[in-house]
Write a protein that binds this ligand. Structure first.
Ligand code: HEM
Length: 340
């Protein structure tokens, strides 16, 4: 591959296409990245974890999840008018909808009408626990709700902040593009990415890691002290609630010199010392979906990079935590397709 390529890049025999993008993204003056990526990932989560493809049902569930998320981290006092109160009501509505779907699926399986192997597999996976005990319908609903919630919002945030960082650092954008075009060049027209391709995206993943270091989608989580212990001159008694903070840990100068600088090379070689970099948490309750998040993010990145360049429409857009890190205006960008 020519290492001196410039924009607009003309990939040999690779037609530029917009068909994999959500409808309406192309030809517009402005695309709001967060909203677009979030609805795309929610559709994907519904398809992966629930085999739910009906756009009307997906969109209804999506609106409910939006209100549910706003209640996370709020004071748990159910006073009418508060976010927590609304989220509580919305949670019941989501559970009701999921219950209807699960009952329909179970009935279909009972009548041996399971339409696909996937349905059959999800039945097996979701209906018994590790001891072979059958899960109740309520437990199944709770598991699906966790997967739908955890499986789309966090990744939507990280992809949005990734696009923001790439828009702000043209040198990094060029390096990521070079890596992605190298992968594209080894593929036949229309051939999908595979696991080997993901493994080759080393630099791109280092960039994602640096984005998650500076703005972790999840700021931290709670733990409970199982025994009395001493830390930094304080005694923490057994049973106390503790919050670990990814935001603060990732800014420790001892672990990340010039911590506020965007520098993906920190992740080269052995990378950070264990437990100094915790965007996916740590220990036995570490994120279950880390590898899925990696695949979702890198596949998205490959497709957007090899088809478009983009301009950020707001310079230095502020990021707020509500409850996850999000650009306040949803990151409006203008997409420019590469010319064939
Ligand atoms: C960039 C994307 C993601 C980030 C930053 C992220 C981050 C996290 C964090 C910080 C935790 C808490 C870990 C702890 O307490 O130690 C967590 C838990 C969890 N995540 Fe993720 N996550 C991401 C994507 C996903 C995806 C795609 C799934 C797919 C289903 C997922 C499923 C889960 C589940 C089920 C848990 C609970 C695990 C448990 O309590 O045992 N996550 N995630």
């Amino acid at each position: 591959m020519d290492s001196n390529f410039q924009f607009p890049y003309h990939p040999p025999n690779k037609p530029s296409t917009t068909k994999n993008l959500p409808p309406g993204s192309f030809g517009r003056k402005e695309v709001k990245v967060f909203k677009t990526v979030k609805s795309y990932l929610f559709e994907l989560a519904c398809s992966l974890f629930l085999s739910l493809e009906d756009p009307k049902q997906v969109s209804e569930l999506g609106s409910l999840f939006k209100a549910f998320l706003k209640g996370l981290g709020e004071l748990p006092v159910a006073i009418p008018g508060t976010r927590f109160y609304r989220a509580k009501n919305v949670t019941n509505a989501i559970k009701k909808q999921l219950m209807v779907i699960i009952k329909q699926r179970k009935l279909a399986i009972k009548q041996e009408n399971a339409t696909s192997f996937k349905d059959f597999l999800s039945h097996l996976l979701l209906s018994s626990d590790e001891n072979g005990r059958f899960l109740s319908d309520t437990e199944i609903v709770n598991n699906i709700m966790l997967l739908l919630f955890a499986g789309h919002d966090t990744t939507a945030v990280s992809i949005t902040l990734l696009m923001k960082s790439l828009g702000e650092h043209p040198d990094v954008y060029e390096n990521v593009l070079k890596e992605q075009l190298g992968i594209l060049e080894g593929k036949l027209c229309g051939e999908l990415l595979n696991w080997n391709d993901i493994q080759k995206m080393r630099y791109s993943w280092n960039v994602v890691c640096e984005v998650l270091r500076l703005n972790p989608s999840v700021i931290g989580a709670f733990r409970e002290a199982l025994v009395d212990f001493a830390y930094a001159g304080y005694t923490i008694p057994k049973g106390w609630k503790i919050i670990w903070s990814a935001v603060m840990t990732h800014k420790e100068e001892d672990n990340f010199p010039n911590a506020t600088n965007f520098d993906p090379s920190r992740f080269e070689g052995a990378g950070p010392t264990p437990f100094t970099y915790v965007p996916f948490g740590g220990g036995p309750r570490m994120c279950l979906g880390k590898e899925l998040a990696r695949v979702q993010t890198l596949v998205f990145l490959h497709n957007i990079m090899t088809k478009f360049k983009w301009d950020l429409l707001i310079d230095d857009e502020k990021i707020e935590y509500d409850p996850m890190a999000t650009p306040v205006n949803g990151l409006p960008v203008q997409l420019h397709p590469h010319q064939v």
